[in-house]
Design a protein around this ligand. Structure first.
Ligand code: PEP
Ligand code: MN
Length: 632
């Protein structure tokens, strides 16, 4: 049952209540929300619910309708993010686990690991204990295989995932692996589930061959009830009458599981299809359906693989799949970040022992698109905070109270965010990264309200422009400008007025518990905003292929053309050129340009000199990896 605590309950009173419930043999889990704190109380409830409502500090008691309690969304409305080292499963960045079916000899395994790492995989898979259908098939390398996995982690930085088939392997799992996999055949091996619950490492729980979603969630409940909340569900195909593929991939499980539980879900298209050519289409579909990630079998010589060769992707196929996923991810509000592990390593190095954690600032309220960009670029566990304005972000980064800032610079529909271009000119900071987000707008209102009841709408002025067609159909509405989309939601939330609505993201709706009255109201669904990451120094050093500059030219015929000629003659791709007025010199302009080179790279030194000669003013804003940078 869910015990909702009274607002303003003291810490001691809440502790006393938890103690009392525990003394009656209930498992108690506290969940602090934005608006209220609840206790999840699990165990055999022998007393009438009204008894619990009479306890001091209790506002109300709500029974959990499902047989699984700790895994249910009813108890835990926010999605869980499972952290495996630097990798967050269930956040805004897709997690791709890749590797062979079984760990093979060291050299081969290492070769596969290096390849998948380069293509953007963030965890490595490989079985050392293989539950095979036939006792005569290869059974895995056992502890020797685990040692190889540990070497993979050591050399590549990839956390390792492997299957545990018996409680007797618990010590080995603790010693060698990062994520313990429970295979489909063992999904209802309850002793094994209790055992991984006690080990306390993250668990990848595969769906049983013929298990219903409810049975699968009950198995997860076993693990959580032992005190281990780090469970990742994995749909890997179920047994049906269809024999064309090895199993039938139940992709419906993604939205169903997302509704029923807070646990993340990934898809295994390899075991689901059993046929190499069918793996990539199903992987793409899984991400489009909203899965948090994938686990995929990849082998550098699948024809000679010791296990599951026919369903293992060739390295080139895996690389192509990752490129496709990179394009699909933003459509469903996520990212596939090729630099995931490298970025984490650099941030760790920058914070280093004895130095404070690297802090990132964004402007606006939590739930705004800048907040989302921050989470997508850096992941959910970065130390981040918000400022009231873009100017404050620049100021704080320049003064050093934060190492990094993230600000929007341009929207694909409405153009540049000039304030930030002016701030880039004013402050002596560098652009060290960029990210593009698909921007989907929704009309948010109060529970019980409808589109017809709305009279006033709050949002950012650029958002009104991006929703011009929809707002044109409701021209009687008053439009009120706000600093950002999340503060617009906050305003209507505080007023409680059902005739008011805000335009913002789905995340903002969830965060503020508001209702989506109409989704996808932006005029063009291909609506993207580009954000840049700013810093005082080159915190994220590494390969770079895009640079941003500001320049002005003399008031002579052909002077701008001369600069452009430098780019053209050196075959440098100019991807953006924009002019901005110089406020102290009416009718004179600065040019902002983006080029697809690392302008600091040695071979470009003469070109930089040439540019200096052809311009009156030249400022290099920075050089960074472009958002669409591909693995080599
Ligand atoms: C595996 O992932 O190697 C495996 C054996 O999968 P499943 O348990 O889903 O068959
Ligand atoms: Mn396999």
């Amino acid at each position: 049952m869910i015990v909702v605590l009274k607002k303003g309950i003291s810490e001691e009173e809440s502790e006393r209540l938890k103690e009392l419930l525990r003394s009656e043999n209930y498992m108690v889990k506290e969940i602090k929300g934005v608006e209220e704190t609840v206790l999840g109380v699990v165990g055999t409830i022998r007393k009438d619910f009204r008894h619990f409502e009479t306890l001091p500090g209790v506002a109300k008691v709500i029974p959990i309708s499902k047989p699984y309690k700790l895994v249910s969304r009813e108890l835990h409305p926010e999605p869980s993010v499972i952290q495996v080292g630097d990798v967050a499963i269930g956040g805004d960045r897709l997690v791709v686990i890749a590797g062979p079916c079984a760990v093979e000899e060291r050299k081969r395994t290492m070769e596969i690991a290096r390849w998948v790492r380069r293509c953007g995989a963030v965890l490595f898979r490989g079985g050392a204990f293989k539950p095979r259908t036939s006792p005569y098939s290869f059974q895995g390398m056992g502890e020797e295989g685990l040692r190889i996995l540990a070497e993979v982690r050591e050399e590549t930085g990839l956390g390792v995932v492997t299957e545990m088939t018996s409680p007797s392997q618990a010590d080995l799992m603790v010693k060698y692996v990062d994520v313990v996999q429970i295979g489909a055949r063992n999904m209802q091996n309850f002793e094994l589930l209790k055992c991984v619950g006690r080990i306390g490492k993250p668990v990848l729980l595969k769906r049983g061959l013929s298990a219903t979603i409810e049975e699968w969630l009950m198995s997860a409940e076993y693990i959580l009830s032992e005190g281990n909340e780090q469970v990742i569900l994995c749909e890997r195909g179920i047994r049906t009458f269809e024999r064309h593929t090895r199993n039938t991939l139940d992709l419906t499980a993604v939205p169903v599981v997302k509704e029923l539980t807070h646990l993340p879900i990934i898809i295994d298209p390899s075991h689901a299809t059993g046929i190499r050519e069918k793996v990539s289409p199903m992987a793409r579909a899984a991400i489009a359906a909203g899965a948090d990630g994938l686990t995929i079998e990849v082998h550098t010589d699948p024809d000679n693989a010791l296990s599951d060769g026919p369903q293992s992707l060739y390295p080139e196929q895996f690389k192509q799949l990752m490129r496709d996923l990179h394009v699909i991810a933003p459509v469903v509000g996520k990212q596939l970040d090729y630099a995931y592990l490298d970025k984490a390593a650099k941030l760790k190095k920058a914070s280093g022992p004895g130095r404070p954690a690297v802090r990132v600032l964004y402007a606006g309220e939590p739930g705004s698109f800048s907040h989302k960009a921050c989470l997508q670029f850096f992941g959910p566990d970065i130390d981040h905070a918000n400022c009231a304005s873009f100017g404050e972000v620049f100021k704080a980064v320049e003064e050093g109270s934060a190492a990094l800032g993230i600000v929007p610079v341009e929207n694909s529909q409405t153009g540049s965010i000039h304030e930030n271009y002016d701030l880039l000119l004013e402050y002596d900071l560098r652009i060290v990264g960029e990210i593009t987000l698909r921007i989907m707008h929704n009309l948010l209102g109060h529970e019980g309200s409808t589109v017809d009841a709305i009279q006033r709408v709050y949002s950012h002025p650029q958002v009104f422009q991006q929703c011009r067609d929809y707002l044109g159909d409701h021209s009687q509405w008053d439009l009120v400008a706000c600093k950002d989309t999340a503060s617009a939601v906050q305003r209507i939330k505080e007023s409680g007025d059902r005739t008011e609505a805000a335009i913002a993201s789905r995340e903002a709706a969830q965060l503020f518990h508001m209702k989506v009255l109409q989704e996808g109201i932006e005029t063009n669904p291909r609506n993207f905003t580009r954000f840049v990451v700013i810093s005082r120094n080159d915190l994220l050093e590494g390969p770079r292929n895009k640079s941003s500059i500001i320049f002005s030219v003399s008031d002579q015929p052909g002077s701008l053309c001369e600069v452009l000629k430098t780019f053209a003659e050196n075959r440098i791709n100019l991807v953006k050129l924009e002019s901005r007025p110089i406020d102290t010199r009416p009718w004179e302009y600065l040019f902002y340009a983006d080029v697809e080179i690392d302008i600091f790279d040695e071979p470009y030194r003469p070109i930089l000199e040439e540019l200096r000669g052809k311009t009156e003013f030249l400022k290099i804003l920075g050089s960074y990896p472009k958002a669409s940078a591909q693995p080599e």
